[in-house]
Design a protein around this ligand. Structure first.
Ligand code: UDP
Ligand code: MG
Length: 317
């Protein structure tokens, strides 16, 4: 049994060495054959030379150098594409996902689960607003996601069996909302609880605007329910307008027609204009996605690939 560990790395010069040492010591206890695939996602610092040196020192370290920065989701996909192990693990380079959890993930796999994901026990050092918005997001996704369920408090840190990995790799869309993709493939799945370490240094580059955009990304690449909102909103307004029209006719017949109502007219016009622009925007979100998908470009380009020395049975190296 062989294990491929995928590590997307973007400007991680400070932690790579430390990460690899910790990974190697965990893997030594596990006693499996393994490779670590470092995907250098267009780092601007010394990450690449450090990785190259690492590869020369330790043949278990493979380096996949992408031609520029493509973002974590795509870097991860590139690593999965090049993984040759019987199971793959995706883990962050910044040591926020503890490598010490890997044996627990592997144990789950050996019990027969195809996907074993790490689930945070509690969110430390996060404001109540962040927790509340995250909670609301998951609630919304549960309601509109149909039969696909997104597990809560789960990142990308997980183990996938070969068949689960191959299934995931069949989903080649450009807008890669990984939580949605991971959930979509299904297969027997098991959570492993852990405490996520607070960031060792620096700040997360996530802010509320980015999180909002990620939520939009998640919703629009996950479901077409927002497109239906326009239909029902239109229906609601039409029904209301009909009733109100009837009321006006009756009132005019009884009380005559004093022609009031410039403010109410204005309010209705602006309201409907706003609703129409919003629904156009929703349609635009989907249209933009369709546009990006139809270009059919490759997800990423590889500048250089230094392979690990992992020997895999059956599969050509
Ligand atoms: N990462 C990447 N490409 C990017 C941004 C991040 O490959 O464009 C990697 C990064 O090196 C790290 C992981 O993705 O291994 C998680 O990134 P980060 O720690 O910045 O995200 P957070 O932990 O705040 O979610
Ligand atoms: Mg991090």
């Amino acid at each position: 049994m062989t294990l491929s560990i995928i590590i997307p790395a973007y400007n991680e010069e400070e932690v790579i060495e430390q990460f690899h040492a910790r990974l190697a010591s965990v893997m030594a206890q596990l006693g499996m054959r393994w490779e670590a695939i470092y995907v250098n996602d267009g780092s601007r610092d010394r990450t690449l030379p450090i990785l190259t040196a690492l590869h020369e020192r330790d043949p278990r370290a493979a380096v996949l150098n992408l031609s520029r920065n493509f973002g974590k989701e795509i870097a991860m996909t590139a690593g999965l594409d090049h993984a040759r192990g019987d199971a793959v693990i995706v883990i962050d380079a910044d040591l926020q996902d503890p490598p010490e959890l890997i044996p627990a993930l592997v144990a789950g796999w050996q019990e027969g689960f195809d996907v074993v994901y790490a689930q945070r026990r509690e969110r430390q050092g996060e404001s109540w607003l962040k927790r509340a918005t995250a909670h609301a997001f998951y609630r919304v996704m549960q309601r509109i996601g149909g039969s696909v369920r997104l597990p809560q408090d789960t990142g990308d840190f997980r183990l996938m069996s070969r068949r689960a990995c191959d299934a995931l790799l069949q989903l080649r869309e450009r807008h890669r909302f990984m939580k949605g993709l991971f959930a979509w493939i299904g297969f027997p799945t098991k959570p492993v609880l852990y405490d996520r370490d607070p960031r060792a240094a620096g700040t997360s580059k996530w802010n509320y605007w980015k999180l909002w955009n990620l939520s939009l990304e998640g919703i629009t690449s996950f479901t077409v329910v927002p497109l239906k909102v326009a239909t029902y909103l239109g229906l609601l307004v039409a029904v209301f307008a009909t009733l109100y029209g009837g009321l006006i006719v009756v009132r005019t017949l009884i009380f005559g027609n004093p022609v009031p109502g410039y403010p109410s007219l204005m309010a209705v016009v602006l309201f409907l204009g706003g609703v129409q622009l919003m629904t156009l925007g929703i349609i635009g979100e989907y249209l933009g996605r369709i546009f990006n998908e139809t270009k059919g470009r490759p997800l990423y380009l590889v500048e250089r690939h230094l392979q690990s020395g992992l020997q895999v049975s059956g599969k050509a190296a």
